[in-house]
Design a protein around this ligand. Structure first.
Ligand SMILES: O=P(O)(O)OC[C@H]1O[C@H](OP(=O)(O)OP(=O)(O)O)[C@H](O)[C@@H]1O
Ligand SMILES: O=C(O)c1cc(=O)[nH]c(=O)[nH]1
Length: 188
């Protein structure tokens, strides 16, 4: 089956608006306070929406050359695997591996921080479900570089327009792409 990028983008946005936006006072990962929250796990772990996430994120990053995708567990994990499956479903496109960056290195087993097929010497994309300060994505950028990868960019489903773009570009030295911003989501 072929999928229209515009239809996917529209349908995914509708899913996010209907199911993931939560209004109310919340404390964020960074310790900052906010008046709204995006629970994108309701989207990336949805059987209906996850395939759209994969296709929209592949399309968003179509001009970049990379062959593995991952980020800081756990928000990034279903984004990366959605992209892996979307790439696998496309007979014309190249295969894509996924990887998981642990929040801390493991102290037993192989004691790795980055799990999955080796990313050493490979061009990789760092993903997130959403970014606020960009700190989680930057943590993953650093871990991927320490594992020997070349990071080509960071891409997120939804950006909150709270400084992540500037920080990732300045401190990470890579482009930052997002599929939807607050205006798209209807939040200001
Ligand atoms: O840009 P930042 O300020 O780093 O915030 C964004 C991060 O916050 C959320 O994860 P959270 O830390 O809640 O952990 P989780 O992925 O384990 O749910 C989200 O999935 C991002 O990883
Ligand atoms: O900054 C965060 O922690 C954060 C913001 C948001 O909207 N959604 C989320 O899962 N985390």
């Amino acid at each position: 089956m072929t999928h229209s990028v515009e239809v996917d983008r529209r349908n995914l946005l509708q899913q996010i608006q209907e199911r993931a936006i939560v209004h109310g006072r919340v404390t964020l990962s960074s310790g900052k306070e906010a008046d709204w929250y995006l629970d994108l796990r309701r989207i990336t772990l949805s059987g209906l929406a996850a395939p759209m996430v994969g296709r929209v994120m592949l399309n968003l990053t179509r001009d970049l050359a990379y062959d593995a995708v991952g980020g800081l567990t756990m928000g990034a994990d279903p984004v990366a695997t959605a992209m892996l499956h979307a790439a696998a479903a496309d007979d014309d496109g190249p295969a894509l591996d996924a990887f998981v960056v642990r929040k801390q290195g493991k102290s037993h087993g192989l004691q790795q921080r980055v799990e999955g097929p080796s990313i050493q010497g490979r061009r990789v994309l760092i993903v997130e479900d959403t970014s606020t300060t960009g700190g989680s994505a930057l943590d993953a950028v650093t871990a991927a570089r320490e594992a020997g990868a070349e990071v080509v960019a960071v891409a997120v489903i939804a950006d909150r327009a709270t400084g992540a773009a500037e920080r990732i570009q300045a401190d990470g030295g890579v482009p930052y792409l997002w599929a939807y911003g607050p205006n798209d989501l209807g939040i200001s």
